[in-house]
Design a protein around this ligand. Structure first.
Ligand code: ADP
Length: 848
């Protein structure tokens, strides 16, 4: 069933799949980007903040380290000055009394205890350098700038020295942070005289110098009074004036405050602050935001293009696969649908699948209907089979109750269907004898599978409704249904078969009762059957029943089966002769041999032959009798010649005037004539004498010539010269010479008789011999006599037909018998020019 054409596609369905996939790819790319964009900037900002924090910390650490290093440089300078030889030399003669209250010695220029060389170079000069005695009292003051010595120092230095004993001390003096660096001072003898102290105000100059010119992006450092949250000094007093509060500074700066670990001695809570201008941070933040924007754009582009590309490639691939699926389905279903070359394959395929499902539904419905029809047909077929089956077909359930019963069963057993259904099969159909056997068979069928058809057949005795008992052949076939087991029983009334078997058995007796031999041999020549009359034959062959025939006969059996034709032969025993007819039964591969005792027939034939010989002899005698006069004359001639020669010899002997030569000649003639006479008599005897027929190969020309010489006298007497037209070559034939001579003699004699009836000058007798077709020898006797009337022609060869007064009418009959005995023919015909022509055809031995 062809699929319907898809409906006209809607706009969305007409959009090609690649375009649609690009649109979906765009949408998905944007969606994913939008989702990720929610998360990414936050992460980026937090990374930025962390990074900023780290960098601020790092920067703060660096500024502090630079500050510390700077302080360390001052400390080193203090140590250098305190341990300088110039100071030691200066102090050598000096002695500071404890109770001295003199004002400390003031210097405005370089004091004598300081080396004149430039010490400060990159360092900011301290405001003062003090020499203190061991009690902390200031003994000498060197003022390096304009700044006066802070008043707090004048009285409290001892306190600073005695308590801390640290080299560097950070403290506030009059609201200004100061760095006080003290170092032990000794005189040249090594006596500790006191201390050398550097007093350095930590002001903007100091702080700026401490950073050694490293101040990226306007970063400031400052000293923070942590308790009061105000700055005491900064590296740029304009941007961050002293005494500014932390909160105020934080509006412009990001402040990182660190404790001074090096200067723990200070009682003040001073902290080192690193101030990064907010403008710098904001600029950095702006840069990061710009970067972030660019990144977002790149991400958006990447997502959109990747998704679009992936969707496009996937859709292109999918499109191809769908096209292939469609084509395959199209080919598989032999459908012309769907049209798949354009439009969105997914929708096309969806349409197509809808239609395909519909088609499947329709087909299923069709199949269901077809199945129903087939079931119906099958049911009808089964019904027809059941109704027309020649066998009784009965179906029983597991309990043996009849559930199906066909019309043949109705006819066979006499119970109608309604009557039989629901009855127990074994009880209804079998008598007491067969019932247990059937139950056993049923059990047997259940227990064994895969039986040969023959093994499934059983013969039992069934009972008809009227009580008549008859034999049945039965086969049981179990039917294993889904939930139950049933048996179909095929039954066949075999009464007829039994009767036919009996008949066959009785028929078979025919053969055994036959007085003639009847045998059956198989292809290999084994005697399968031989009736009682075959014993003589079996003993002749020297074999028994169930044995094989002699080799010659086995070959004949094979030949006959091969050719499929009957073969007849004779078997001659010592006292019997059998005619055997061998008939092949090709289909079964048997040869039946039917024998017939023909001993009596053969004996009769032999006797008939003897009679015939006798007859031939008599006929010959009769012929010879007729020729006796001629023969006497024939004999007379040599005998007269003998007498003449004998008389002549006597006279010559008496006269004695002649020589012995003449006498010898005469005696020679006597001998020759006597031989001739003897020859004639010998031939006569041969003709007249009784002898058993002997066949030998002889030249027919010789035989004819002999006969001619034999009748020479008779012919001469009739005034006929026998013309001998013999073939040049020899014509060998296997004949009984005496008999063939008898035939020729008879023909010539008849011819001479016929010639006597016409004037002497018209008489002619010709004897011809020739070869015919290489296989036959033809002998013709032609005379110019009166001939034979057409009416008489048919009777010529009848016994006792004669037109002669003294004739016997047996000559031609015997002649034909002899010639046919030689497998030849003899015929007579009228010559056109008058006269008769007798023709004899004899088989030649030339060709053999
Ligand atoms: P028979 O010579 O004793 O009569 P045959 O059987 O030899 O018996 O011949 C039968 C008859 O056939 C003869 O009587 C004669 O009438 C006829 N017949 C045979 N040969 C010839 C012949 N050559 N010409 C004419 N008639 C012939």
């Amino acid at each position: 069933m062809p699929l319907k054409r898809p409906h006209k596609l809607s706009l969305s369905r007409r959009i090609p799949m690649p375009l649609m996939s690009v649109m979906i790819g765009l949408f998905c790319g944007l969606l994913v980007w939008a989702l990720l964009d929610q998360v990414q900037p936050q992460a980026l900002r937090s990374i930025f903040n962390q990074e900023l924090e780290t960098r601020l910390d790092q920067q703060a650490r660096e500024t502090l380290i630079r500050f510390d290093n700077y302080v360390l440089a001052h400390t080193s300078t203090a140590r250098l000055l305190a341990n300088h030889r110039q100071l030691a030399n200066y102090l050598e003669p000096v002695y500071w009394f404890k109770g001295d209250t003199d004002r400390p010695k003031q210097y405005r220029s370089t004091p004598p205890w300081l080396p004149r060389s430039t010490l400060w170079q990159s360092l900011v000069r301290p405001s003062h350098i003090l020499l203190l005695d061991n009690d902390g009292g200031i003994r000498e003051i060197y003022q390096l700038g304009e700044r006066p010595l802070p008043a707090e120092l004048a009285g409290a230095t001892e306190l600073l020295l005695s308590e801390q004993r640290v080299q560097a001390n950070l403290t506030t003096l009059g609201d200004l942070p100061y760095l006080l660096i003290s170092e032990t001072a000794e005189d040249a003898t090594g006596t500790e005289m006191g201390f050398l102290m550097l007093v350095a105000p930590i002001d903007a100059q100091f702080l700026a110098a401490s950073q050694q010119g490293v101040s990226p992006n306007g970063v400031l450092v400052g000293i923070l009074e942590a308790d009061e949250q105000r700055f005491l000094a900064s590296s740029d007093q304009f941007r961050l004036p002293p005494q500014q509060r932390l909160s105020a500074a934080e509006s412009d700066f990001l402040v990182t405050a660190q404790s001074f670990s090096e200067y723990e001695g200070s009682t003040l809570n001073l902290q080192f602050a690193t101030l990064v201008p907010r403008s710098v941070v904001e600029a950095m933040r702006d840069r990061v935001a710009g970067l972030e924007r660019r990144q977002r754009l790149v991400a958006a582009f990447t997502f959109v293009s990747v998704f679009t590309l992936v969707f496009f490639l996937l859709s292109a691939r999918l499109n191809k696969i769908l096209q292939r699926v469609s084509r395959f389905s199209q080919r598989a279903l032999g459908s012309k649908q769907p049209v798949i070359e354009r439009g969105n394959q997914l929708f096309v395929l969806e349409d197509w699948i809808h239609q395909f499902i519909q088609l499947v539904r329709d087909t299923r419905e069709e199949m269901r209907q077809q199945h129903e029809t087939e079931m119906h047909e099958s049911e009808m077929l089964k019904q027809a089979i059941m109704e027309t089956a020649l066998d009784s077909i009965i179906t029983i359930d597991r309990q043996g109750v009849i559930i199906e019963y066909n019309p043949t069963a109705e006819q066979t057993f006499g119970h109608c269907r309604e009557e039989a259904l629901g009855k127990v099969f074994a009880e209804l159909i079998f008598n007491g004898e067969s019932r247990p056997r059937f139950i056993l068979l049923l059990a047997d069928v259940l227990s064994s599978r895969d039986r040969l058809p023959d093994e499934m057949r059983h013969e039992l005795t069934a009972v008809k409704r009227d009580g008549a008992v008859f034999p049945v052949e039965l086969a049981i076939k179990p039917i294993r249904l889904k939930n139950r087991l049933a048996f179909t029983i095929y039954m066949h009334d075999i009464s007829n078969r039994r009767r036919i078997e009996l008949e066959i058995r009785s028929l078979a007796k025919f053969a055994s009762e036959s007085p003639s031999p009847i045998l059956r041999v198989n292809r290999r020549g084994v005697i399968l059957y031989a009736n009682g009359a075959s014993d003589q034959l079996l003993s002749y062959w020297g074999c028994e029943r169930a044995q094989t025939l002699p080799l010659y006969w086995r070959h004949r059996v094979t030949d006959i089966l091969g050719s499929g034709e009957d073969w007849q032969t004779q078997v001659i025993g010592a006292t019997w002769v059998y005619s055997l007819l061998l008939t092949p039964v090709v289909d079964l591969g048997y040869v039946n041999i039917y024998g017939r005792d023909i001993t009596a027939e053969r004996e009769a034939e032999r006797q008939a032959r003897e009679h015939q010989q006798e007859l031939i002899h008599v006929s010959r005698l009769s012929t010879m009798g007729e020729m006796a006069t001629g023969l006497a004359h024939e004999l007379n001639q040599p005998l007269s010649a003998i007498a003449n020669y004998a008389n002549g010899s006597v006279r010559r002997l008496q006269a004695s005037d002649r020589g012995a030569e003449d006498i010898l000649y005469a005696l020679g003639q006597i001998t020759a004539q006597a031989d001739r006479a003897g020859e004639i008599i010998k031939r006569l005897r041969a003709l007249v004498g009784k002898q058993t027929p002997v066949r030998r190969i002889a030249d027919i020309n010789e035989v004819a010539r002999e006969v001619c010489s034999f009748v020479e006298f008779a012919a001469r007497k009739a005034g006929v010269v026998i013309e001998q037209e013999f073939s040049l070559g020899t014509l060998p034939v296997k004949i009984d010479v005496v008999q063939i001579e008898q035939v020729l003699l008879n023909l010539i004699r008849n011819a001479l008789d016929a010639l006597l009836e016409i004037p002497e000058d018209e008489r002619s007798l010709v004897i011809q011999t020739s070869c015919r077709e290489g296989e036959w020898v033809l002998i013709r006797v032609l005379d110019s006599g009166a001939g034979i009337r057409d009416a008489d022609m048919d009777r010529l060869f009848e016994p006792f037909y004669t037109t002669k007064e003294s004739g016997m009418g047996m000559g031609l009959v015997i002649s034909r018998t002899i010639i046919e005995d030689h497998n030849g023919t003899i015929t007579a015909e009228q010559r056109a020019e008058g006269g008769t022509c007798f023709s004899i055809l004899l088989p030649s031995t030339l060709s053999r």
